[in-house]
Write a protein that binds this ligand. Structure first.
Ligand SMILES: Cc1ncc(COP(=O)(O)O)c(C=O)c1O
Length: 400
């Protein structure tokens, strides 16, 4: 069965403003059940985690349930789910922890396709211990980051490969299992940025071949926080900086300070909302998530194709998203108009399609778009054909 987009839209209060939203890769709008879950967490007794008082138990249960939900979403073990303020913060923390075991003879691999949050933390952590950084390039003509591009910079000295599961700028989905085989083949770890990918596909930590992986619930209808997933046995072997009295258990060892319980309640609600995107799906929550993401793809693909056809018909528009496997995220420039001007003029017509490099600065520069970037339209479960028509009509007016 298909997604009931009208029913989804009716449950997202922010869409009532009437704006046609294409800014989902930057962050999605929030469904009412997620808002309710956040409010409910705060409306009930809440204390630091424990099992003695109701407030303690509420906090403890929220954390346990959120770990289970995110584990279902990411194909992971709940004991390997770490919560943090953002994906960026989690990658910084992880990079510093891992870098303690690196030295001048070691190398880390980053890619030019990635968001800066999966580049700079690794570059800076490597620099701090005298390790070398090797850059894997992508092909700007095709937008492809191939396993060969990574292989070209691997060596027996490589300790870690950091790569995106999907580019937030042009949507490219690299062949991560192939990259994982190569990385593991030289004894390196694979860290995956799944922040963009997790909005469009059912993530499977083991199938991707990732040792560690991050995502951000605010990109898939949830609140603003970050999540790291890894095998618990892997996390057991790491010694992050932590306070003396705080728990040394995994995954708590990696969670600095008090967790945002209300946001965790919202994150669990977001996962449950995603699991119900396909109303006929049955089985475990993981099964329903997998079925729902398949339905989501079946919803987003035709809309993406419709936008692509529409952009091609308009003329004067260059689309930079070209990889064979990619998310419904299109980056484009309009001849004779600066990206920020296109963004502004679309916004005047009630269409939100931001312009920029979206922190994928290296990718934007490599595409010849400099720091200015281009206009990005991304789809979400709540995007409908009416939004797409409005976008194409408005762009038609701009390019005429
Ligand atoms: C691909 C990708 N990675 C990482 C991030 C950073 O995520 P966070 O805001 O949780 O630090 C973003 C945010 O736009 C992103 O799109």
């Amino acid at each position: 069965m298909a997604l009931d987009v009208d029913a989804i839209r009716a449950r997202i209060p922010a869409l009532k403003s009437g704006t046609a939203r294409f800014d989902a890769p930057g962050g999605t709008q929030t469904p009412q059940p997620v808002i309710d879950a956040v409010a409910e967490a705060l409306a009930n007794p809440l204390a630091n985690r424990g099992r003695t008082t109701e407030g303690e138990r509420n906090a403890d249960d929220i954390v346990a349930q959120a770990r289970c939900a995110l584990a279902d979403l990411l194909g992971a073990d709940p004991r390997g789910i770490v919560f943090g303020r953002s994906a960026t913060q989690l990658v910084y923390d992880l990079s510093r922890t891992l870098a303690r075991t690196w030295g001048p003879d070691d190398e880390v691999v980053v890619t030019r396709l990635d968001h800066d949050s999966n580049i700079r933390p690794w570059v800076q952590a490597a620099e701090a211990v005298g390790a070398s950084v090797r850059w894997a390039d992508f092909d700007p003509a095709t937008g492809e980051l191939l396993a060969e591009h990574i292989e070209a910079v691997l060596s027996p000295r490589t300790r870690l490969v950091a790569v995106t599961a999907a580019s937030n700028l042009i949507g490219t989905v690299p062949d991560l299992p192939a990259v994982a085989r190569l990385a593991h083949g030289v004894g390196a770890l694979l860290h995956v940025d799944a922040v963009h990918y997790a909005s469009h596909a059912a993530v499977d930590l083991a199938a991707l071949g990732a040792d560690t992986l991050v995502c951000s619930p605010y990109k898939f209808l949830g609140p603003h926080l970050g999540v790291l997933a890894a095998r618990p046995e892997f996390l057991e072997g790491l010694r992050p900086d932590k306070l003396l009295p705080s728990s040394d258990a995994v995954p708590e060892r990696f969670e600095l300070g008090t967790l945002p319980y209300e946001l965790l309640a919202g994150a669990r609600a977001a996962v449950d909302f995603l699991a119900a995107l396909e109303p006929d799906a049955r089985g475990s929550r993981r099964d329903r998530l997998v079925a729902s993401f398949a339905a989501l793809e079946a919803h987003e693909e035709p809309l993406r194709e419709r936008i692509e056809r529409g952009l091609a018909d308009l003329g004067g528009i260059t689309v930079h998203s070209r990889a064979s496997r990619r998310t419904p995220t299109l980056l484009f420039t309009v001849a004779g108009l600066r990206p920020a001007e296109v963004y502004r003029q679309l916004a005047e017509r009630g269409i939100d399609a931001p312009a920029g490099s979206f922190y994928a600065l290296e990718a934007s520069r490599r595409l010849g778009l400099g720091d200015e970037g281009a206009v990005r339209v991304g789809l979400a479960p709540y995007t409908d054909a009416g939004d797409v028509d409005r976008l194409l009509t408005a762009l038609g007016a701009l390019t005429r």
